[in-house]
Design a protein around this ligand. Structure first.
Ligand code: ZN
Length: 306
């Protein structure tokens, strides 16, 4: 008998063993313009690497999703929504979800509350203009949620957040203005540590083969399947949409579909399911209040400089 390692998994639709959401953060060149503002126009090689995302990888991922019958969730900075309308149109036509991911990939915890709200509103405007609907979900660029993010998301009508990695199943995060569903993932399901080798962003690890990367992603899936968890990829089109990796992705989806008992959904669908369970009292998720700490912890002693 298997020892269940998740103490309170939610009931998934259709008695599925786990929920799976393929999510992609389409950052394109936002990172380049944010971190190398003056030099960016001259960094054509880096631009070409990043533009591979909206130009080549997104249409490829849309085709993979159509072929396998799954829906994707893309988190897209507002500037990228406006700069690459064809990629966004392809996602929208395919019935995929577009979530909020800042304006130019700014880290929220480096902004004032006013600036964070300005970024949030401008991103909503861009997504609404391109898709016809307001985004329901948000993922903080670089996992960098601020102490104001949750309150701003509640104030501006979001239904879920996917910036934190604090559990294996959905949970609730509450703040001064209300609460939201949190749909967590983990850095193990991010493709940057596996594949990205770009000195411009301080990532110069050896590149793993798709088979090695898939071992990590598949192990997370098998565990979610066994224990009733949630599997949320944090992939990037310019990374996982490259040819051999896209092939491996097809293999991963086939593996999941053959195993069976998987609920493939968009993040908005998962959030809606969880909200329904909470409202009807069918499931009681864990709830955490943000921010965790209001001020620094006073040290008992002062360590020497080493
Ligand atoms: Zn991003």
């Amino acid at each position: 008998m298997v020892l269940n390692l998740i103490s309170n998994p939610p009931p998934w639709p259709g008695d599925a063993r786990c929920a799976v959401a393929f999510t992609f953060d389409m950052d394109a060149e936002s990172l380049l313009h944010l971190y190398h503002r003056e030099a960016a126009p001259g960094l054509i090689g880096t631009s070409a690497t990043l533009r591979y995302g909206p130009r080549i990888a997104v249409p490829r991922l849309v085709e993979i999703a159509r072929h396998t019958g799954i829906k994707l969730t893309g988190y897209v900075p507002g500037w990228c929504v406006e700069t690459y309308p064809d990629a966004i149109a392809g996602l929208v036509e395919g019935g995929h979800e577009i979530g909020h991911h800042g304006w130019l990939h700014e880290k929220p915890n480096t902004l004032s509350r006013e600036d964070e709200e300005r970024v949030l509103l401008r991103g909503i405007e861009a997504i609404e203009a391109a898709t016809g609907t307001r985004p329901r979900g948000y993922r903080a660029p670089s996992y960098a949620m601020s102490e104001h993010t949750l309150d701003l998301l509640v104030e501006h009508g979001f239904s879920y957040d996917s910036s934190l990695v604090g559990d294996d199943v959905p949970y609730l995060v509450s703040g001064a203005r209300g609460r939201l569903v949190e749909l967590p993932s983990d850095y193990a399901l991010d493709d940057w540590p596996q594949y990205v080798h770009m000195k411009e962003f301080g990532c110069t690890m050896p590149i793993r083969s798709p088979e090695r990367a898939l071992e990590v992603f598949r192990a997370e899936f098998d565990a979610a399947w066994t224990h009733g968890g949630l599997w949320v990829s944090i992939f990037h089109p310019f990374v996982s949409g490259r040819l051999a990796r896209a092939e491996a992705l097809l293999g991963l989806i086939a593996y999941m579909q053959e195993k069976g008992g998987v609920w493939f959904a968009t993040m908005a669908e998962i959030a809606e399911h969880i909200e329904g369970l909470v409202e009807t009292g069918q499931w009681h998720p864990r709830e955490e209040r943000l921010p965790f700490w209001r001020e620094p912890v006073a040290p008992l002693v002062t360590p020497r400089e080493s």
